[in-house]
Structures are given as structure tokens and as C-alpha cells.
Design a protein around this ligand. Structure first.
Ligand SMILES: Nc1ncnc2c1ncn2[C@@H]1O[C@H](COP(=O)(O)OP(=O)(O)OP(=O)(O)O)[C@@H](O)[C@H]1O
Ligand SMILES: [Mg+2]
Length: 324
């Protein structure tokens, strides 16, 4: 049985006097199997936090059903809460308590006996590599350390399903990598995760399956490898050019170019355009492309040839870049 079933979830935030209603989630369905690492990948405002909020019972769905381990959480929210932990997007550590107290209080709230909550707190702080901060107030910790404390706190009541809402946003690359390692390890021990992110690389590394979401809808859902396989060519050749006339017709007619997409470049006031060619880069294809750019009188600004990434999938689906 799936650990989580989200069935046709809709959330419309009611409008106010001056603001219209917001259709944040518009019919989202997916399920997560026990032990899976599942991702929701999408840009700002896609509806990721709203979806997480509905699963964690903090946001009341407009319609749809959410089952956790077979239990309908809109009917039995207490049951759901016990099985789920959420690490919210905005850090919400109580600044009057020490790090260790935060964990112990959380354990008490969930009814853990005293000795057990003390022992668990120490073990989790150790595992999250923040035990040296046990007696510090959260405000004395770095962003990465605070994030680790939030995860430690979430794990106190031994949840089956952990919801991580953009856990590495705002962290520096080193702290991000460290956290990826930790999450990977926790997953290896059987915890089921749902992660939201707008970092392609994060989704690719951690998630076994993921849904790409935009404007409150799932655009596609599969394993990262399968998503990348849906792209038309073996590799992606990206060209950033300034051209006096459209280059696309020229480039499209080159044998070996299977598909071409124009991508919106943000702030492209200076006439820079990004063309993405899905190619099989053999038999002098690169040469032909570069010649063709020159013949078109274009100024080649930058080139990149790569294996398809999740970013390519996103651009292919939406025609936009997903900005970090
Ligand atoms: N409490 C609220 N009241 C009204 N509108 C809201 C509320 N919360 C979110 N929204 C709106 O719902 C839409 C989806 O927001 P949500 O926070 O779910 O997106 P997100 O994918 O988590 O974005 P981000 O990547 O920026 O965190 C947005 O248009 C947002 O402005
Ligand atoms: Mg969010």
C-alpha cells in the first residue's frame, strides 16, 4: 500500500477585498511508496508549499483527498500528524530555547517518556552533527546548522514520512552538499521523504521519482532518468548568440539537429538569445553548427554541450528557465 496518496488536490486561497482568489493547487495527484524519496520540483509560486501544507494538515484543502498509510488526514488529522514530520520552508525555531531543549520539548509534545526523549535528542544531535551546539540558542547557529536542528527535531517522534520544504535554499554550496549526504543516509535507513526544491541538481541527486510542478499543476512525473530520456536528442547543445536575423531556420535544417527551442533569456535587452539544439553530436555536427552561426552573421557569445539534465526537461516543458 502507498504510504501517501494525494488525489486530485485543489487549494484555492480565498481572495480579500482587494485581492482575487489564488488557485495555488489545481488538481494534483500522486502517490509515494514506503521508503521512497519523492520530489516536487518547480519555480516560485508553483504550489509546492501549499501541497506540503495540505499533507501536513496546516493548510485545509479546497477539495481532494489525502491518505497517509490509508488514513484520510482531513478526517483524522491527529493520526496523520503522528506519522508525518514537516521541515517548513521558513525556519521556525523557538529562540528562547536551547537546541537540545527544542528537541526534548518536541518529544514531550508527542508523548515520549522522559528518558527516551533525552536519549533521542542526544542521538539525533549527534547524527545531524550539531551536538556541539546542544546548549546554544538557535540564533547562534549558521543557516545550515539551524536546518540540521530542524531536521533533528522533525525526527524526534519517529515519523514514517518526512516533508522537507526547500531544505537547502539559502545554504552555501558546502552546507548544501553536507545536507545532501545526511539526507541520503537517512533515506538509506528507511525514512520516506518528500522534498520540494527548485534546484535541479538537488532533485536529480536525491529523488527517486519526481513531479515537475508549475502553476499548481503537475507537468510530468517519473524517475529523473526517464524524464531525461523523453528529450528528443542524445545531447543538448546550447548556444547564446546575438544574431542580425533569426538563426533557427538555418540551424534546424542541419542534419543531426533533431529539435530546436528558443529559450527566454531574462533581461535580454542587449539582444542575446539562447537557442537549444537537441543533437546527436557525431560526424562533424559541431563544425556544421558553428559554420552556420558564422554564415548567419551572428556573434557567438557562449556554447555548452551536455548530457540532458532536468533543467532541459523543464525548459522543454515550459519554454522558460528555472532560475536558482
Ligand atoms: N496564505 C496564502 N494566502 C493567499 N495566497 C497564498 C497563500 N500562500 C500561498 N499563496 C499563493 O499561492 C501560490 C502558491 O504558493 P506556494 O507557497 O504554494 O508556492 P511554492 O511553490 O512553495 O513557491 P516558493 O518556491 O516560492 O516557495 C502563490 O501564488 C502564492 O502567492
Ligand atoms: Mg514554497
Amino acid at each position: 500500500m502507498s504510504l501517501l496518496v494525494v488525489d486530485d488536490l485543489v487549494k484555492t486561497y480565498p481572495g480579500g477585498r482587494k485581492s482575487p482568489p489564488v488557485e495555488a493547487v489545481r488538481g494534483v495527484s500522486f502517490s509515494v511508496e514506503p521508503g521512497e524519496f519523492f520530489g516536487l520540483l518547480g519555480p516560485n509560486g508553483a504550489g509546492k508549499s501549499t501541497t506540503i501544507g495540505c499533507i501536513s494538515t496546516l493548510v485545509r484543502p479546497t477539495s481532494g483527498r489525502i491518505l497517509v498509510d490509508g488514513v484520510d488526514i482531513t478526517r483524522a488529522p491527529a493520526e496523520g500528524k503522528r506519522r508525518i514530520a514537516v521541515v517548513p520552508q521558513t525556519r521556525n525555531l523557538d529562540h528562547d530555547l536551547t537546541v537540545r531543549e527544542l528537541l526534548v520539548y518536541h518529544g514531550r509534545y508527542f508523548g515520549l517518556p522522559s528518558a527516551e526523549r533525552e536519549a533521542r535528542a542526544d542521538r539525533l544531535l549527534e547524527e545531524m552533527q550539531v551536538s556541539d551546539k546542544a546548549s546554544a540558542k538557535p540564533s547562534k547557529l549558521s543557516g545550515g546548522q539551524q536546518q540540521r536542528v530542524m531536521i533533528a527535531r522533525a525526527l524526534m517522534h519517529d515519523p514514517q514520512l518526512v516533508l522537507l520544504d526547500e531544505p537547502t535554499t539559502g545554504l552555501d554550496p558546502q552546507a548544501r552538499r553536507l545536507l545532501w549526504g545526511t539526507l541520503h543516509e537517512l533515506h538509506g535507513r528507511g525514512i520516506t521523504f518528500i522534498l520540494t526544491t527548485h534546484y535541479m541538481e538537488e532533485a536529480d541527486r536525491l529523488c527517486q521519482r519526481l513531479a515537475i510542478v508549475d502553476h499548481g499543476r503537475i507537468l510530468t512525473l517519473d524517475t529523473p532518468a526517464a524524464l531525461k530520456k523523453t528529450l528528443p536528442g542524445a545531447q543538448v547543445l546550447d548556444l547564446w548568440v546575438r544574431a542580425p536575423e533569426p538563426l533557427a531556420p538555418r540551424l534546424e535544417s542541419i542534419p543531426g539537429v533533431q529539435n530546436l527551442e528558443r529559450v527566454e533569456v531574462e533581461g535580454d535587452g542587449d539582444g542575446l538569445e539562447r537557442l537549444r539544439l537537441f543533437v546527436d553530436p557525431k560526424d562533424g555536427l559541431l563544425d556544421r553548427v558553428l559554420h552556420s552561426v558564422r554564415d548567419g552573421g551572428a556573434d557567438l557569445h557562449h556554447v555548452n554541450l551536455a548530457q540532458p539534465s532536468l533543467e532541459d526537461v523543464y525548459i522543454h516543458l515550459t519554454g522558460k528557465e528555472l532560475r536558482d
